[in-house]
Design a protein around this ligand. Structure first.
Ligand code: PMP
Length: 406
């Protein structure tokens, strides 16, 4: 049973007021809110068993190690990875992508090609550009249509035996587009290229199965899916993780060290140098449990209703342009829009006075804004704990802001 009031009651922040008004939080694409169980798991760690992991013989260290490794198992199970050591705990999506890009620096040669989609967040563009500068590889871009969908016929033309890597997000943060990653992966594999999928925006909405997808790398951040900031994961197929060199050197990632030579620890520790975000990793596991208890089928159904309702209500406002797929089945619960002749920042600032949190700007996806020739958009991104009543408050506030600004 999906009981929205019971779910909301588990998020303390949803009863807060902002600027004297009840908070309406529609900036879930930037970061999600945290349920009490996740907050408790952080407090519990620091109040009851704070200790460094993997190296202590004392009891607290063992309790902390077990809790951290149990979180890795939860993440493995959630994403259906074959082995627990294929889950590398990182500081988030950005670090996971940089880890892979850094590793490929030793595998690419001048003239090799890598393909990226036109819909990417800067964190899935810049590391690859740095990689190209370093190796002489060439970056190609899958273009998109005016509906913010990738033009797959163009992808077919780009893929060749020169292609070594393809990167794409599962869901676009700026427009909410659900990308055809199955097709992207199959076609890349047909020429022997590896694929990295950026799941920062998909994991709050759907449960990816990395084995069914046959994806080589899948990355995400805990904070988008009810977990804390500063922790995330890289799933990598064992064969790839064995091929890539370590990303950071330090403690934890070694087998033996002498001044002549160091040998590296086995997976996953080879990629986990230094003391990790221990309580973050543990709370990531708690967040995954929480989301599975809510249920991804329930989440998808409720969020789709919010998307349909929000789209319909916003379209009542004259001069509104919504960017992204018009077919809502190809979209997550994100509405990125503008109002004719009004800067998105002005709308965002005015509705903030009503306690409404939305994101305005380029959403770290400047090439998408350049494509539409706009400075940015107003982005309302809904989570499973949002309601139609909140959408009504938001739409009325946008209408008022428009009146004030026109
Ligand atoms: N990719 C996408 C699609 C995102 O939405 C984000 C976060 N906005 C990132 C990557 C980067 O995530 P993080 O800042 O948590 O590393």
């Amino acid at each position: 049973m999906f009981d929205i009031q019971k779910i909301r009651a588990q998020f303390p922040i949803l009863s807060e007021t902002v600027n004297g008004k009840p908070l309406v939080y529609f900036d879930n694409g930037a970061t999600s809110q945290k349920p009490q169980v996740v907050i408790d798991s952080i407090v519990n760690y620091y109040s009851k068993y704070n200790a460094n992991i993997h190296r202590g013989v004392h009891t607290l260290s063992q309790i902390a190690t077990d809790a951290y490794e149990e979180a890795r198992l939860k993440i493995q199970k959630h994403f259906n990875a074959k082995h627990n050591y294929e889950i590398i705990l990182t500081s988030g999506t950005t670090e996971s992508i940089n880890l892979v890009a850094n590793g490929f620096a030793s595998l690419l040669q001048k003239g090799d090609e890598i393909i990226v989609s036109a819909l990417e967040h800067h964190s899935n563009i810049v590391p690859w550009q740095m990689l190209c500068e370093h190796t002489g590889a060439i970056l190609k871009v899958i273009p998109m249509s005016i509906h913010g969908e990738l033009i797959m016929e163009e992808y077919d033309k780009l893929v060749s035996d020169k292609t070594k890597l393809v990167f794409c997000n599962h869901i676009s943060n700026a427009l909410g587009t659900l990308n055809p990653i199955e097709e992207i992966i199959t076609k890349a594999h047909a020429v022997g290229a590896a694929v990295l999928i950026d799941g920062a925006q998909s994991c709050p909405h759907i449960k990816p199965d990395v084995q069914a997808l046959d994806v080589d790398f899948y990355v995400t951040s805990a904070h988008k899916m009810c977990g804390p900031t500063g922790v995330g994961m890289l799933y990598g197929k064992e064969e790839w993780l064995r091929k890539l060199p370590p990303y950071k050197g330090g403690g934890e990632m070694i087998a033996t060290v002498t001044f002549e030579k160091t040998t590296y620890a086995d997976l996953p520790h080879k990629f986990e140098a230094g003391t990790p975000n221990i309580c973050g990793g543990i709370a990531f596991g708690t967040a995954i449990d929480f989301m599975n208890e809510v249920g991804f089928d329930n989440i998808a159904k409720h969020e789709h209703e919010l998307l349909e309702y929000g789209t319909k209500r916003l379209q009542e406002i004259e001069g509104v342009t919504i960017y992204g797929p018009t077919d809502l089945s190809k979209k997550a619960s994100v509405i990125s829009f503008n109002i004719e002749n009004i800067h998105p920042y002005d709308i965002g600032t005015i509705i903030d006075r009503q306690g409404i949190a939305v994101r305005t700007g380029h959403h770290c996806a400047q090439p998408i804004m350049d494509f539409f020739k706009i400075p940015g958009t107003i982005r309302a991104s809904f989570a499973f704990y949002n309601t139609k009543e909140e959408i009504d408050i938001f739409v009325e506030a946008v209408k008022k802001a428009k009146m004030m600004l026109s």
